[in-house]
Design a protein around this ligand. Structure first.
Ligand code: CTP
Length: 403
């Protein structure tokens, strides 16, 4: 999944011949899962039509504050546009537009929106080589970077004038890669490896039957997504679950039984920074697994059970650099039981679900948790969607590891 997936990209086009490449740029943003709106300086419409860009972006394209010809036309609100964007990209950025941006000039919609934008602003200059080398252009580039705007450098090559030199707008693919890399470099879990367990385990009775539980795996999958979206490299070890996940930072490992989960987790544990064990692992398994299907009889059937290995407790014993997080699903004496587990299993944090809370637990899309830290302090959260709960859990962990 691209770093741009779900992001709102505002593409501002100024009047350079490289504007013809913005059609590809819009396509690439859309392909990477971004939502795109385009604004243009009036003169840039000589190089590419708004119709091309609105068709590709699937959004209206604006170049003026309002359309004088159309009585019903609404004012194009530059403040709303500036606030809507997660990312603003000025491409091509001409010498004229760069100079105006650097000086706070505000005589068209692109410039007014630039001044209103609170998001990161990238700019990709495009001009002839002498213009690019001119001291006034250099001052614009330096000034804009001193504002925190991000320069996507022009490249060298043949220019529209026929001259050869520096001033070509970076290629659309390279612009997209530049922005993706920049987003990634700022993510709060970049460089961290996280192990997450999710779902139930199935303990075989015979070749067709098992002992299991109602865990859907949703909570663990949401935690994995939330961590990966912040740049973490995630290994998600899941018991049987119908949840789907597609993310380039998540490696999914499927297991069935508690023993398989134990082995898969221990394979990864040594070099992870954070381990979050949200799986509902079976505490018991049949002592003997019948090799043939057990036939029905009139008498009662007794299945002897023996304990499984406690994965979390084992990780607690081996713990070195890892920040270890467990879950506790409780029906009574919740806080006390969760604190007991935290201490017994040598955890840094435990996430408590109480089945007394409506909307919490296995089968729902919501959850209500209390986080308990190693110092036994309690942080209760409201009932929220599992994806929001996942973000709360990840944010809490980030606070703790950076404290
Ligand atoms: N857990 C585990 N391995 C097991 C059992 C549990 O890793 N064999 C982990 C779970 O993933 C969870 C935590 O231990 O993070 C707590 O699970 P829970 O079932 O609530 O606690 P138990 O220690 O099994 O205690 P009890 O069932 O008696 O409440």
């Amino acid at each position: 999944m691209s770093m741009l997936s779900g992001k709102k990209v505002l593409l501002a086009i100024s009047a350079g011949i490289a504007a013809y490449k913005t059609a590809s740029l819009v396509r690439l943003f859309i392909k990477s899962g971004a939502e795109v709106k385009v604004i243009m300086t009036p003169a840039s419409k000589d190089f590419i039509t708004p119709l091309t860009l609105s068709t590709l972006s699937k959004n209206p394209v604006s170049s003026t504050f309002y359309d004088k010809e159309d009585e019903n036309e609404l004012w194009n609100n530059h403040v709303d546009l500036g606030l809507w964007a997660d990312i603003m990209l000025v491409a091509p950025a001409t010498a004229n537009t760069l100079s105006k941006m650097a000086n706070g000039t505000c005589d068209n919609l692109v410039l007014a929106t630039y001044l209103s934008a609170k998001c990161p602003v990238y700019f990709a200059p495009a001009m002839d080589l002498d213009m690019y080398q001119h001291p006034s252009t250099k001052i614009s580039l330096d000034t804009l970077q001193s504002f925190g705007n991000l320069l996507i450098p022009a490249t060298s090559g043949e220019l529209a004038s026929g001259l050869v030199g520096e001033g070509r707008m970076a290629e659309p693919e390279d612009i997209v890669t530049f922005i993706e890399k920049d987003i990634h470099s700022k993510l709060r879990l970049r460089g961290k490896k996280i192990l997450i367990t999710a779902g139930p385990t199935y303990e075989a009775i015979d070749p067709v039957r098992f002992i299991g539980n109602h865990s859907s795996g949703k909570m663990g999958f949401e935690i994995a997504k939330s961590a990966a979206n912040l740049g973490a490299e995630v290994v998600l070890i899941s018991g049987p679950s119908s949840q789907q996940i597609q993310h380039s930072f998540i490696q999914r490992v499927n297991v069935t039984s508690a023993q398989e989960m134990f082995e898969a987790v221990h394979k990864e544990y040594q070099d992870v920074d954070i381990a979050i064990l949200s799986a509902a692992v079976a505490d018991y398994k049949p002592k003997n697994v019948a090799s043939q299907k057990i036939k029905k009889k009139d008498t009662t059937l007794e299945i002897a059970l023996e304990p499984t290995q406690d994965v979390l407790a084992s990780l607690g014993k081996l713990k070195k650099q890892q920040f270890l997080v467990g879950f506790a699903l409780e029906t009574n004496n919740e806080i006390e039981n969760a604190k007991g587990k935290l201490q017994r299993k040598n955890l840094d944090m435990i996430v408590l679900n109480s089945l007394q809370d409506k909307g919490a637990g296995f089968a729902t899309n919501t959850n209500k948790v209390t986080i308990i830290d190693a110092d036994l302090s309690e942080t209760p959260f409201d009932l929220k969607s599992k994806s929001e709960v996942a973000k709360d859990i990840i944010n809490h962990i980030i606070q703790k590891i950076n404290a």
